[in-house]
Design a protein around this ligand. Sequence first.
Ligand code: PBG
Length: 333
Amino acid sequence: MRPTQSPFPGTRLRRTRATPALRALVREDRLSVDDLIWPIFVCDGENTRQPIPSMPGVERLSVDLLVEAARQAADLGIPAICLFPYTDPALKTPGCEEAWNPDNLSNRATRAIKAAVPEIAIMTDIALDPYNTHGHDGIVVNGEVVNDESVEALVKMGMAQAEAGADILGPSDMMDGRIGALRQALETNGHKNVTIMSYAAKYASAFYGPFRDAVGASGALTGDKKTYQMDPLNRREAMRLIERDLSEGADMVMVKPGMPYLDICREAKDTFGAPTYAYQVSGEYAMIKAAAANGWIDGERVMLESLMAFRRAGCDGVLTYFAPEVARILNRG
Ligand code: PBG
């Protein structure tokens, strides 16, 4: 039997795409300034900006300029910034003691921003790579990144950040047990309302290259981070990590990198329903900027589309170096 031949398509999905008004009515999601977290690199000095060649448009800022940038971000409506210090090589030690110095660059920056721009949320990074010469996120003993000793150091680091006024602690180290240890320390030391955004599903990725230039860790890294960061082929393990970190006391979870891992974002959101974020990392930023600079893509449209994709994949927000640029466009309407 032949199916009945109709002279017209049964369903015309193009009808609701015909005009901007109809497209607006059926649009399923929105990208908003509320979704943006802006990662910023901090350096020593005064009135100092240091461009990062592999991240065109991104600069390290001294604390005074950082405070101005935080002011601008808050005025644009960006809810949070995330601080990454460029540590003076003279302060790097095998024990990473500078990481929990109450007056280290990151903590000084946090206090300065809190005083001047109290309304913006400050996220800080917990990992030891800026504070040692081998570039690893934990303590290294005989060539091994040792887990439990690293967790002790990371807790000290996180507590110093909480004391300085950080609103969101971002453990990016991937050691086992750090979320529970951190949560317990916060609860028992008067910081019960400090939130934790766990870098829960963080992959051992080549997309972090430009970041390591930005924080001065690229020449330094001995070996790779595969004994603690995840294998890019693993999906189920990501769910186990997210479940574990939530059960240990994480308030929010992150998937990193972003664009190549949208399937992980979607599954994480559907499975746990927790606040879920993606980190559109330095290499993703660099690729878009480089292609745009060559005239190969429309940089502004690709930037916006890449961020919309995170919303569609279930993310509540995105850490992105594009944050101020995007906020300006979104505010323009
Ligand atoms: C360090 C850290 C990294 C990034 C954020 N925190 C690099 C790494 O794990 O080697 C990468 C961010 C980016 O590439 O934009 N713990």
